[in-house]
Design a protein around this ligand. Structure first.
Ligand code: NAD
Ligand code: MG
Length: 397
């Protein structure tokens, strides 16, 4: 029988979306989700740093209105790649910030590192619904981000799988009755290695995560456990809880993505296959749900769920995060900046893996942190921390 339903005007009720950092790991997962729901979403803007070919292909596939390349020197290449498509092209830092602020119903903040602070903040200041993958922007400038959320009425939805899990099981009406938040950590590729065995691990070994496929920086952070450290700080700002209320448990299977324990002893968790499309879809559909086609968790397949306490002498980065949070405004900014410098050096084979946390530790001790009353102060401190981390690194040679 022929379908006689009236033809609905294409995209009649489509929501508009923007992806900041569409060519990265989270960005690509977001694009793939949108490709499965072409009728429901219209793409306002896609942005990337340097990957012209992929950005152009994504913009064509999703019929984006605008493609922005942050590296200004690549404007011509992007313009050429999209010529004849009708897709607008822009380049440079300001164009990226403008794209972040352009009207959209949902903005995915998936740039890596503190490089994502300004664009994430711009979307927040416009009162958008912001899906936050870029945890470093919160670690670097958390109190200012949260203040901007309050002022603008923006909706901030966590994409990080742990925080998304907590968000899913944390009933705001019961937030005063939370005993603790339990972040789970896979332990990364070196969970069973001793500190001595870590001395000579290579970037290739460090980015080979056992459960998740992710960008290089976060993969190294997972191997040092700095990722969990950044996530403790992220959780403290997002959920307004103290460091003491955030526990970390090693859970090598990455099935339970995190938990909330209430004062009556109930522990609520969110589970799923380790696939970022699930938390991304949760934020894309929120407060409804969006279907995904990825692997499903089959609970009959003999899933053995194990949880272990974390050894903070072995994973020293966790200690640094707790110290930074306890020390107050500015310390998390310094920790994040120093870690970014150290990870970049490690990936460029200019620093030993085991020295990453030591660069972070030394930078925290060396930087003089004055009063921080504005984002300008945060950016100045970020630059200062990077300079000191760079000098500390150079002195190691
Ligand atoms: P990635 O390195 O794969 O991608 C980074 C994206 O940011 C790319 O599109 C790149 O072009 C863009 N970018 C990088 N530097 C830029 C700059 N200076 N200016 C403008 N754009 C720039 O990173 P990823 O793994 O997708 O991670 C993105 C963010 O999401 C990170 O903050 C990470 O911690 C967080 N996150 C990632 C995962 C994951 O599974 N990959 C999970 C949880 C959280
Ligand atoms: Mg995470």
């Amino acid at each position: 029988m022929q379908n006689t339903a009236p033809v609905v005007a294409a995209n009649a009720k489509a929501r508009t979306v923007t992806i900041l950092g569409s060519t990265g790991s989270v960005g690509k997962s977001t694009v793939s989700l949108l490709e499965g729901h072409r009728d429901k979403f219209r793409v306002r803007a896609l942005t990337a740093n340097k990957n012209v070919a992929l950005l152009a292909a994504q913009a064509k596939s999703l019929s984006a209105e605008l493609a922005v390349i942050a590296d200004e020197s690549l404007y011509g290449a992007l313009k050429e790649a999209l010529s004849g498509t009708g897709i607008k092209v822009a380049a440079g830092h300001q164009a990226l910030i403008d794209a972040a602020g352009a009207p959209a119903d949902w903005v995915m903040a998936a740039i890596v590192g503190a490089a994502g602070v300004e664009s994430t903040l711009k979307a927040i200041q416009q009162g958008r619904t912001v899906a936050l993958a870029n945890k470093e922007s919160l670690v670097c400038a958390g109190p200012f981000m949260m203040e901007a959320v309050r002022k603008s009425g923006a909706t901030l939805l966590p994409v990080d799988s742990e925080h998304n899990a907590v968000f899913q099981v944390l009933d705001p009406a019961q937030s005063a009755q939370i005993r603790r938040i339990i972040l789970t950590a896979s332990g990364g590729p070196f969970l069973r290695k001793t500190r001595a065995e870590l001395a000579n691990v290579t970037p290739e070994e460090a980015v080979r995560h056992p459960n998740w496929s992710m960008g290089a920086k976060i993969s190294v952070d997972s191997a040092t456990m700095m990722n969990k450290s950044l996530e403790i700080i992220e959780a403290a700002y997002l959920f307004h809880v103290k460091s003491e209320q955030i526990d970390v448990l090693i859970h090598p299977q990455s099935v339970v993505h995190s938990m909330v324990e209430y004062i009556d002893g109930s522990i609520l968790s969110q589970m799923g296959a380790p696939d970022m499309r699930t938390p991304i879809a949760h934020t894309l559909g929120w407060p409804q749900r969006v279907a995904t086609t990825g692997d499903r968790l089959d609970l009959t397949k003999n899933i053995n769920l194990t949880f272990e306490p974390i050894d903070i002498e072995r994973f020293y980065a966790i200690k640094l995060a707790r110290q930074a949070l306890a020390s107050g405004l500015g310390y998390p900014t310094v920790l994040n900046a120093a870690n970014e410098v150290a990870v970049e050096a490690f990936l460029a084979r200019k620093l030993a893996f085991s020295a990453i946390e030591s660069i972070a530790d030394q930078t925290l001790q060396k930087v003089k942190i004055g009063p921080i009353s504005s984002l300008t102060d945060v950016f100045a401190l970020d630059r200062e921390a990077r300079a000191i981390a760079g000098k500390t690194l150079a002195a190691l040679k």
